[in-house]
Ligand binder design. Structure first.
Ligand code: T6T
Length: 334
């Protein structure tokens, strides 16, 4: 069984210069966990994708690429996603996909543990599972896990914000909810990196349940309680959008510096207008495409990579028009 090496790069913006960050590769041994072990062709295989939030441009971009790749391989592919970031919304989708016994499932579980029993069940019934973006804690789930290095993205956000804040003042993290693998890792990386700046005080993290309106009101109450607030780290798309709205309403755009994860159209507009200063963009298309490729390899009896890291890029107003950077902007339709 071979293992596939995958590049994990983080392109870091320094002023207008793009510098190549750590170029570690992340991979592991092949793992046939839960699959039927069937060999043969990927053609005609029934593959389903369940994303975190269907309307989120991150997942739309991932879905478009996965769909295209699956089509090229002659797979029978469909995708669905939760209406909101909630286990109780994603679980019925998973149950209905499980009942149809697909050959393969790509899933972004919205919680690190609550969906594990359902995933174990579908896996032991013979479906090959690929975890895309988010993961679960149980290592027996999934033949492959494909995501950004979220902890590293958090560290990059911390360094960028510290620089913008002249290394002093208060900073806050607003994120989705606890128990989400990606955003938890971002917070960990951010908090650990911020500890290197003794004159920056990190306020307790707030969670908005992936609701922009909640993030908007949280940033306003934080501003009222902490007039020295100099920076915010937004853990994902909806949080970034909400923070931009809240800062605009408070007349604090540009004064309070913001580093946000993702690069969906609203965030790009806020970067352009100066409400957000740094976006840590991921490569959701690569996540979707590579997950389909890994499943195809598994169907064909080839080995798969247990873990694959995909690229990220730090986007600023200065570099956003460079084609090597703008190619990371997320789509809101295929
Ligand atoms: O940041 C992405 C994704 O990586 C995360 O797991 C959940 O939020 C997003 O979908 C953006 O909204």
């Amino acid at each position: 069984m071979r293992s596939i090496r995958s590049r994990r790069r983080l392109l870091v913006a320094v002023g207008t210069v793009l510098a190549l960050g750590a170029g570690a590769s992340a991979c592991g041994s092949s793992n046939d966990g839960g699959g039927s072990g069937s060999s043969g062709s990927a053609k005609g295989k029934k593959v389903r994708l369940i994303t975190g939030v269907k309307s989120d441009p991150f997942y739309i971009t991932m879905t478009c690429a996965a769909q295209q790749e699956a089509k090229a391989k002659g797979m029978d592919f469909t995708a669905d996603g939760s209406a909101q970031w909630d286990v109780s919304v994603q679980r019925p989708l998973l149950d209905s996909v499980a009942a149809a016994r697909p050959d393969g499932l790509l899933i972004s579980p919205v919680d690190t543990s609550a969906l594990t029993p359902s995933l174990k069940q579908i896996q032991s019934a013979g479906t090959k599972v690929a975890l895309v973006d988010t993961t679960v804690t149980d290592p027996s789930i999934g033949i492959t896990r494909i995501s950004s290095d979220n902890e590293k993205g958090g560290r990059v956000a911390a360094d960028a914000l510290a620089k913008l804040m002249n290394k002093k003042g208060s900073v806050i993290v607003i994120s989705v909810k606890p128990g989400v693998s990606t955003t938890d890792a971002r917070i960990k990386g951010f908090t650990e990196e911020m500890a290197k700046y003794p004159d920056i005080k990190v306020l307790p993290t707030l969670y908005d349940n992936d609701l922009p309106a909640t993030a908007a009101s949280q940033i306003q109450s934080t501003l009222a309680a902490h007039p020295d607030l100099g920076g915010v780290f937004a853990g994902n798309t909806n949080t970034g959008q909400g923070i931009a709205t809240g800062l605009k309403q408070a007349g604090k755009e540009g004064t309070v510096k913001v580093a946000a994860f993702d690069a969906e159209p609203d965030e790009i507009a806020s970067l352009k207008s100066g409400t957000l200063q740094v976006l840590v963009a991921q490569d959701p298309a690569a996540i979707g495409r590579q997950a389909v490729d890994q499943l195809a390899d598994a169907f064909e009896g080839k080995s798969v990579s247990k873990s694959i890291g995909t690229d990220m890029v730090a986007i600023t107003k200065d570099n956003m028009n460079e084609p090597s950077v703008s190619k990371y902007f997320y789509k809101s339709q295929c």
